[in-house]
Ligand binder design. Structure first.
Ligand code: BGC
Length: 728
């Protein structure tokens, strides 16, 4: 027996040397490394790489020197280290990071170069922390303004989200860090997220919900994707054969690894056959610890191994999954080009600030209140909890432990403190929050905070109100949707009363979602900031003081009232669902597609944002290349007095004939460089044929209707500055 064993080992060693351990040769092509490594692994070793071995790692193959995969949230920075086996924080002292702005803010920049800079910078932080897979970014569609997780996504439009996510992924992966794109697919609400089944037309599924994922696969070659918790066609998305094997791996020929969302796997057979590659986070009534329930007890653990050994699941199924995981390992953990990375570098703070500054949206500016002319005001009063609150904490899995964070109050004091007194009143309280519950605020406390703010307002010359949402539960937070469309904590009443006392008032809001603003006509200025991360205060102060000219544009429609959102008319069936079934009855008419097609006036339309300067648009010209691509060119001139950037948006109306179609849809955009007063730039906005196609439900494929297309050049979904027709 012993002799046999020695002989077999010797043979294996000889074979290994003869084959040169291709899997370890960093210069060998990835596919060769995968094939070679696969050929050396035992069935048990193969099964082990398919599931977690801790909260955020999956196993490697120690015998072969194949490294484990280290994963972490994502998507706005590297999450603080947690204990190996639990959700408890590990209390490391060297794991604080740069908190980057929320992805909604990135989308709001409409600047692809900034998306690339973001992906590059954040992935350097992941690399430095030894991570191979970054859990993010997310491109679920902002279908409802109540989605507690919308701040982690890129707005309501699939074209914008797709265009912004591609450069992010490309530059992150160029550093050898995989993106794990979230959450595939239809995870568009947090209410009942673990079980809700989404009913959506084939066409809306393809044109709206799948589209940004498809771009990330086809144009950025994303290396991993996270399945979503919810169901589609009544099957859980983490092991949904039609979705994962049919569309993602079949039609789109994706070669990456599908990672389950944490505890999103429910069945061994489905996980085996339904396209899941790595099972993460499975909880078994909280028995994940040691003896009672081990990682081998995962659905893709021993139970799966047994199916393979018994021949009930063919070896090819196992090998196919393992190949995908090995590919991910060789692309990241064992990639010789993977960067060492860095944490908290000044370059990262700079990137954070730039994204923040370009993502901030100026929504209202009456009587030239902005930028703030500091010489006009002696006494500035800052009111609102978000002026001092850390907004990088909370929100669920995207929570961060920033190394530093500048609050709005600090930055406003710094910006205006030399010429004016800058005082502060909290104005309202959001209550003490734990992850799953928020303590109601005693009305007496709320009243006294308000009274104090109003008293101080009487003795001020300008109010800068800093409020909005926060990352408590029932606000912008994972696992729960917002409590309503209004701002919470009595903010509507507070703002209205402050505005009565002091007409010079600028409202600044943070939040990942649109909200109602019944006090809008009473305030002179309104600025929406999403979440800005570490450089929150600095970015805001630079916009308010005029050092930066705002150029952010809304990636989502701000409706005047909640009832104006397209799905609301269909009642609970359309959101949040009845008996765990939700029906996307608004179909293609999501966000601005509904507002512009049905003539519903938005408070602030999709794509909207003001500037401190003005721009003139030249007459658009169009060119068509043989491969069906279209280039719209338009000259933009800065006609105002300040340097600024303009976002030019191209909305396309398809040939007439079909009624069931939005009147126009975003199919292209560009952003100018910083134009000095009097300066011009001609933008050439390229649109490819695939983006102009539509999904045909009869033939189940993309088609491009022939006829006359109108390319509208606009400043937002409602305001067009020119158009040009082309027969395609
Ligand atoms: C979230 C994921 C996250 C994972 C790990 C899940 O609850 O839905 O987005 O990456 O937890 O924290």
């Amino acid at each position: 027996m012993k002799k046999n064993f020695i002989f077999a080992t010797l043979l294996a060693m000889v074979a290994m040397t003869a084959r040169g351990q291709v899997y370890l040769d960093p210069k060998a092509p990835v596919e060769e490394r995968v094939k070679d490594a696969l050929g050396r692994m035992t069935v048990h070793e193969k099964v082990r790489v398919l599931h977690a071995q801790s909260k955020f790692t999956s196993a490697g193959v120690p015998r072969l020197g194949i490294r484990q995969l280290n994963m972490d949230d994502g998507p706005h920075g590297v999450r603080e280290e947690l204990e190996w086996d639990s959700w408890n924080v590990a209390h490391w002292t060297n794991d604080s990071c740069v908190a980057f702005p929320s992805l909604t803010c990135l989308a709001s920049t409409w600047n692809r170069d900034l998306a690339a800079l973001y992906g590059h910078s954040v992935s350097e932080e992941f690399a430095y922390r030894g991570k191979d897979v970054m859990l993010g970014p997310g491109v679920n569609i902002q279908r409802t303004p109540l989605n507690g997780r919308a701040f982690e996504y890129m707005g309501e439009d699939p074209y914008l989200a797709g265009e912004m996510v591609v450069p992010y992924i490309r530059s992150a992966q160029a550093n050898g860090v995989a993106c794990c794109l979230k959450h595939f697919v239809l995870n568009d609400q947090e209410t009942d997220r673990y079980s809700v089944n989404v009913n959506v037309s084939e066409r809306a599924m393809r044109e709206i919900y799948l589209r940004p994922f498809q771009k990330a696969v086809e144009q950025a070659g994303v290396w991993s994707i996270m399945g979503s918790y919810n169901r589609w066609q009544n099957v859980q998305c983490c092991h949904n054969e039609a979705l994962l094997k049919g569309i993602l791996k079949g039609e789109w020929r994706w070669d990456g690894a599908l990672v389950s969302d944490w505890d999103g796997t429910h069945d061994t057979w489905q996980a085996a056959t339904g396209g899941l590659d790595i099972e993460m986070g499975t909880e078994n009534q909280n028995r994940v610890k040691g003896r009672e329930y081990t990682y081998d007890d995962y659905y893709l653990g021993n139970a799966f191994e047994q199916l393979v050994v018994e021949g009930k699941v063919p070896m090819e199924v196992l090998d196919e999954k393992v190949s995908r995981v090995l590919r991910l390992m060789f692309r990241t953990a064992m990639n010789p080009e993977k960067v060492v990375g860095s944490m908290c570098s000044e370059a990262h703070y700079e990137a954070c600030r730039q994204v923040g500054e370009e993502g901030i949206v100026l929504l209202r500016n009456e009587k030239g209140v902005l930028p703030i002319d500091a010489t006009r005001y002696r006494r500035i009063l800052v009111v609102g909890e978000n002026a001092t609150r850390s907004l990088t904490r909370g929100g669920g899995s995207s929570e961060l432990k920033p190394q530093r964070e500048t609050s709005p109050l600090e930055a406003l004091q710094e910006a205006f403190g030399s010429t004016a007194t800058v005082s502060y009143a909290q104005g309202y309280s959001s209550g003490k929050a734990l992850y799953d519950k928020v303590d109601a605020v005693a009305p007496t406390l709320q009243d006294s905070l308000k009274a104090e703010a109003l008293q101080m307002a009487r003795e001020s010359d300008l109010i800068i109100y800093v409020g909005g949402m926060n990352k408590n539960r029932r606000q912008d937070c994972e696992d729960s949707d917002r409590e309503g469309y209004d701002l919470s904590f009595g903010q509507n009443e507070l703002i209205a009363e402050l505005a009565k006392v002091q007409k010079n008032i600028v409202v600044v809001t943070f939040g990942g979602n649109p909200y109602a603003m019944p006090w809008l006509q009473q305030v002179q200025g309104l600025v929406h900031c999403w979440y800005l991360g570490s450089e929150s205060g600095t970015a805001l102060a630079r916009v308010l003081s005029g050092k930066v000219c705002p150029s952010g544009r809304l990636p989502v429609t701000f409706a005047r009232k909640y009832e104006d959102y397209p799905y609301v008319q269909f009642g609970a069936e359309a959101y949040p669902g009845v008996d765990r079934q939700v029906h996307y009855k608004e179909d293609l008419f999501v966000g601005y597609r509904h507002f512009t097609s049905r003539g519903v006036k938005a408070q602030f339309p999709f794509g909207f944002g003001l500037s401190y300067t003005t721009f003139a648009y030249g007459k658009p010209a169009v060119e068509q290349s043989e491969d069906g691509n279209v280039v719209v060119s338009v000259a933009i001139s800065n006609t105002g007095k300040r340097a600024g950037k303009e976002v030019v948006q191209v909305y396309v109306s398809a040939p007439k004939g079909e009624t069931h179609r939005p009147v126009r849809e975003l199919k292209g955009f560009g952003k100018t460089r910083l134009l000095q007063p009097g300066e011009s730039e001609t933008l050439h906005i390229r649109m490819n044929a695939a983006d102009l196609a539509q999904w045909d439900e009869t033939s189940h494929r993309w088609v491009q209707p022939h006829g006359t297309y109108t390319f509208h050049v606009g400043t937002n979904a409602d305001e067009m500055r020119g158009k040009v027709n082309v027969v395609l």
